[in-house]
Design a protein around this ligand. Structure first.
Ligand SMILES: O=C1C[C@@](O)(C(=O)O)C[C@@H](O)[C@@H]1O
Length: 777
């Protein structure tokens, strides 16, 4: 059970510090010795250029508007053409739309090296997608018109074109859980989907368990592809989690018949076309089918699946190794599951796991557990893609399945998940009306984590106390709100500066370049880094002159001394919050090569946004109110607005398409990020008016574009939160044609990242928003 103490009203993590407090300078000069950099955290899974072929959208009559939405999400102009034969080299930077009926004539003869064909089908019209197009297109997007889920389209296209990759993110996580849903109809899952998926890193849809009603009170033997498509669509509209698509056969505890392996190909390949992230492919399927699926998987990942229900399977056997070797041939992930009868078989599995790791270090990651009650122990030990259940599910997907909370509680009992003290370190300037402690308590309880959480407050410009909270035996990590400059942290703490033999704490690439730390993560030492020197922290002098231990603020008296086998990693979660907000409704390519404006009253406030914009490969950054730190100005043109003329110049600069080299950075600003406080609202409002209006790149006779520009106000929690001089910039931005986002969006995404970093658990964005009193949908 989590123990939470709300000591002070808590902060909004993404709020820039200089709104209320004096700015700190950001210089990336780290002094003499460079701090160690966590080499496994370099840029994470940053957006990529991905597939650069011309995107062709096929749509039904009267549905041409979906072409414009695709174009908008991708940040490209669009044009309508009759058929594939009319798509030329000139269209390469546009989205091309065409009517499905016309496309059928020549889709088969398209040049697949230059075009990617997407069948966009609106399910509201009562007809299934055209069979020929479904079979011949590269991808298929199923959607509802009312309501329309733009973030679903954004996710679909970012995934299928390879601009965002959830696989890399999941692979980097020390422990991952997948929830196996067992609903006969996804509708039943939707009301509880947020709570159901707390702790899950991906969600499995058991296609074989879906029951398609036939209208006469009976159900079809297997659900039709059109029914399955709608179910997958529904699920993806309501969860941001990657989906695992499973057609489990009758022999392996499922309901899919085994007499026609081609049926599996049909269903599984369709899932790749739908942009499902993970496809479960059973090992019994003929090699030719497994190979074909693997080769045609696009940006989806294949999970080879083997289950043995005989009760005679032995992990220490030639057979087990042979199964692994066969599985890995056409797989990105290998899953091996067996029913066992003896507790010792859990140890045999662990031996098998370590043997495979040692003998095949380059093999795909393996998820391997034993089923049944005696096998539950192996579910605690498996760290990668552990299948879990939840009490709200109608049935468990396999004997012995446990929930995330049960696994975590068991790990805690076994001493594998020791109780830690986790802190939210705020300062008086960052107090907000949303109490953070009850939220963390809810998450910890929901996840069965044993940790303490406390919000503690430091005084402005007081950094030395932070070391006292961190230099405790049971310190489990902290978030800092507002973030603190790395230099301030290290220069004011003999503890931090002495870590790693005087080289300082480990820094992630993001924290190093941003220069601001908002998350302190405790990590077991990897061989690469030397053990941090743990020194006793300096006790605080009380008024009477006696020494008193620092920290805790009401927690049990802390034991001093970070254990020697641990490292502190200084990280920055805010930039990810900003990145996720900016890519919620737009694919990363909407930003590639375009110009951005960042307003802030200090470089500390601007740094996370600058880093996120660089990750999005913007072409140029205009700045207002601060000097860009050299590390962040590297490899990108940065121009301060220092006169009305410079502003005017930026406004009228020609619009390129941003995709070719010559166009990089050209065009009027597309995205404006402001970290200025309410007292500077009129300046922000003036700028959004100046840069407002539709249009963006490429609107010309050659194609039309209606891309809305993007405005992100890091200083505003929402409309009407505080009276603002010159009006609310978000409202003005919206009136000026921007899509506007505020600090609450960034905060929720940042909290998701913070929890991942601090406790290694995934709490969906929608749950965070729900807990803070707002729903996404
Ligand atoms: O393969 C697996 C693992 C599983 O069988 C289990 O044992 O938890 C549950 C299935 O839903 C899933 O597809």
């Amino acid at each position: 059970m989590a123990t939470v103490q709300q000591m002070e009203p808590v902060p909004t993590p993404a709020r820039p510090q200089s709104i209320n407090s004096s700015a700190h300078s950001l210089d990336i000069d780290m002094g003499g010795t460079a701090p160690p950099v966590a080499n496994d955290m370099i840029f994470g899974s940053a957006p990529k250029r991905g597939d650069t072929r011309t995107v062709v959208i096929m749509c039904g009559p009267g549905q041409e508007k979906i072409v414009a939405v695709f174009a908008e999400v991708l940040g490209k102009p669009y044009r309508l053409k009759h058929g594939f034969k009319d798509v030329t080299h000139e269209d390469r930077d546009s989205v091309v739309g065409m009517l499905a009926d016309n496309a059928k004539a020549d889709i088969a003869t398209r040049d697949q090296s230059s075009v990617v064909a997407i069948n966009a089908h609106c399910v509201n019209l009562g007809m299934p997608p055209d069979l020929q197009l479904s079979a011949e297109c590269d991808y298929e997007f199923l959607y509802t018109e009312a309501p329309f889920f733009r973030r679903d389209l954004s996710r679909f296209i970012s995934h299928t074109l390879g601009q965002l990759n959830c696989h890399e993110t999941l692979m980097a996580k020390p422990r991952t859980y997948i929830i196996s849903t067992t609903f006969p109809d996804v509708h039943a899952a939707l009301p509880n989907i947020d709570i159901l998926t707390v702790g899950s890193d991906a969600i499995e849809i058991r296609v074989d368990l879906l029951k398609e009603p036939l209208g006469d009170g009976t159900f079809s033997a297997i659900p039709s592809l059109s029914y399955v498509g709608k179910q997958v669509m529904l699920l993806r509209q309501r969860t941001e989690l990657p989906i695992i698509y499973t057609t489990r056969c009758t022999r392996e505890n499922g309901r899919f018949p085994m007499d026609n392996p081609e049926l599996y190909y049909e269903y599984l390949y369709r899932a790749i076309q739908w942009g499902v992230e993970f496809i479960d492919v059973e090992l019994w399927l003929p090699e030719e089918i497994r190979k074909r699926l693997y080769e045609k998987r696009g940006n989806s990942r294949i999970m080879s699946a083997f289950h043995d229900f005989s009760g005679t399977f032995k992990w220490p056997s030639k057979q087990a190794e042979a199964i692994f070797l066969e599985s890995r041939r056409y797989a990105d992930i290998v899953k091996m599951i067996a029913i066992t009868n003896d507790h010792n078989e859990n140890f045999e599995l662990e031996y098998f796991r370590s043997k495979i790791k040692a003998e095949y270090p380059d093999a795909p990651p393996m998820s391997a557990v034993n089923m049944g009650e005696t096998g539950q122990f192996s579910r605690l030990l498996n760290k990668f893609f552990t299948p879990i259940t939840h009490p709200l599910l109608p049935i468990i997907a396999a004997p012995g399945q446990m929930s995330a909370a049960e696994i975590n509680q068991a790990l805690a009992l076994l001493g594998q998940l020791p109780k830690k003290s986790i802190y939210g370190i705020s300062s008086p300037s960052s107090r907000s009306s949303t109490p953070q402690a009850p939220f963390f308590e809810k998450c910890f309880n929901e996840l069965g984590l044993p940790h303490h959480f406390a919000v503690v407050e430091r005084q402005p410009k007081e950094y030395s106390c932070i070391e006292a909270w961190c230099n405790q035996r049971n310190f489990g990590g902290a978030y800092l709100n507002p973030g603190v400059s790395f230099n301030h942290l290290v220069n004011n703490s003999s503890f931090f500066s002495s870590l790693n033999n005087g080289a300082g704490p480990v820094l992630t690439e993001a924290a190093r370049l941003i220069g601001m730390v908002d998350t302190i993560v405790v990590r077991p030492n990897s061989g690469v880094l030397s053990a941090p020197a743990s020194i006793p922290s300096s006790p605080r002098r009380q008024a009477d002159g006696s020494d008193t231990p620092l920290g805790g603020g009401g927690l049990a008296a802390p034991q001093f001394g970070l254990p020697p086998n641990t490292s502190l990693v200084f990280d920055n979660a805010s930039w990810k919050g900003i990145l996720s907000t900016l890519t919620r409704d737009l694919a990363p390519s909407a930003y590639f090569g375009r110009a951005a404006v960042v307003l802030a009253s200090s470089s500390d406030d601007a740094a996370s946004a600058l880093f996120a914009l660089k990750a999005l490969k913007v072409g140029k950054i205009y700045t207002v109110g601060f000097k860009t730190p050299p590390a962040l100005a590297k490899d990108i043109p940065v121009e301060p607005f220092n006169s009305l003329e410079s502003l005017q110049r930026a406004r009228t600069v020609s619009n390129g398409n941003g995709n070719s080299k010559e166009d990089v950075g050209s065009g009027a600003p597309f995205v404006v990020v402001s970290a200025l406080g309410p007292e500077k609202s009129n300046l922000v409002a003036m700028l959004v008016r100046v840069f407002g209006g539709y249009g963006a790149k490429g609107s010309s006779a050659a194609g039309s574009s209606n891309t809305r520009k993007v405005f992100l106000d890091l200083a505003s929690d929402g409309y009407g939160s505080a009276p603002r001089r010159g009006g609310d910039p978000r409202l003005i931005a919206e009136q000026s044609g921007f899509a506007a986002y505020g600090a609450a969006d960034v905060t929720a995404f940042t909290t998701v990242e913070t929890l991942r970093l601090l406790v290694g658990q995934n709490v969906p964005y929608s749950f965070v928003r729900l807990a803070s009193g707002r729903t996404m949908y």
